[in-house]
Design a protein around this ligand. Structure first.
Ligand code: ADP
Length: 204
């Protein structure tokens, strides 16, 4: 994990309390962390949930694996070290959005439990909601879907270190939400996530 490098830097508190922020935003923000194999449905679900909440007038924002790699994390690859740094930075960004009172939908494969737990700890230390949502699908179904053709490439040896093929995926042991997309429609998955968001104290 990253070490503090800069010295002579001091935390400067603001005066807006969390309650005041909640009053402005008219909701409790927090992070919904969607984890799962590639093609499990994380991005598709997040896009649909964001649309529903936006139409309800909710401050909501989506952070998505590939998108973040075009900008903030464009200098990171897929080694275990880079994957960890990728998730660490995303976790910090989620924490900022959550602190700002936004419902933040983070869809990242995030295959290592330790990295996800670190993001959870970051939120807990700050008193911010963190809801782990395991978007579960059998590997065979993910491979059948293969919307980006990535499994095909990984099986052909054209992509190395692909999660589920030649890189591990550590399934969450106690996620707040479990969405088995192999036997659910997209609408059912979206409804489950929306209910889970409410049940875990966000939006109130
Ligand atoms: P990920 O973001 O996890 O890599 P994507 O959202 O890009 O996955 O792709 C998932 C694919 O699975 C999409 O083509 C989507 O239409 C399909 N799909 C089928 N059933 C579901 C479901 N219940 N929930 C989400 N996606 C589903």
């Amino acid at each position: 994990m990253a070490q503090q490098v800069a010295t002579n830097v001091h935390w400067h508190d603001g005066t807006v309390t969390r309650e005041e922020r909640k009053g402005c935003m008219k909701q409790t923000g927090g992070t919904i962390w969607l984890t799962g194999l590639s093609a499990s449905g994380k991005s598709t679900i997040a896009v649909a949930v964001e649309q529903v909440l936006c139409q309800q007038g909710r401050p909501v924002y989506r952070l998505d694996g590939d998108n973040i790699r075009f900008g903030l994390n464009k200098n990171l690859g897929f080694s275990a070290e880079d994957r960890a740094e990728n998730i660490r930075r995303i976790g910090e960004v989620c924490k900022l959005f959550a602190d700002a009172g936004v419902v933040t939908l983070a869809s990242f494969i995030s295959p290592y439990a330790a990295d996800r737990d670190a993001v959870r700890a970051l939120h807990q230390e700050a008193g911010l909601p963190f809801v782990e949502c395991y978007v579960e699908v059998p590997l065979e179904i993910a491979e059948e879907r293969d919307p980006k053709g990535l499994y095909k490439k990984a099986r052909a040896g054209e992509i190395k270190g692909f999660t589920g093929i030649d890189d591990p995926y550590e399934a969450p042991e106690n996620p707040e939400m479990l969405i088995p997309t192999g036997d659910k429609t997209l609408e059912e998955s979206v409804t489950m996530v929306l209910e889970g968001i409410q049940a875990n104290g966000l939006l109130d």
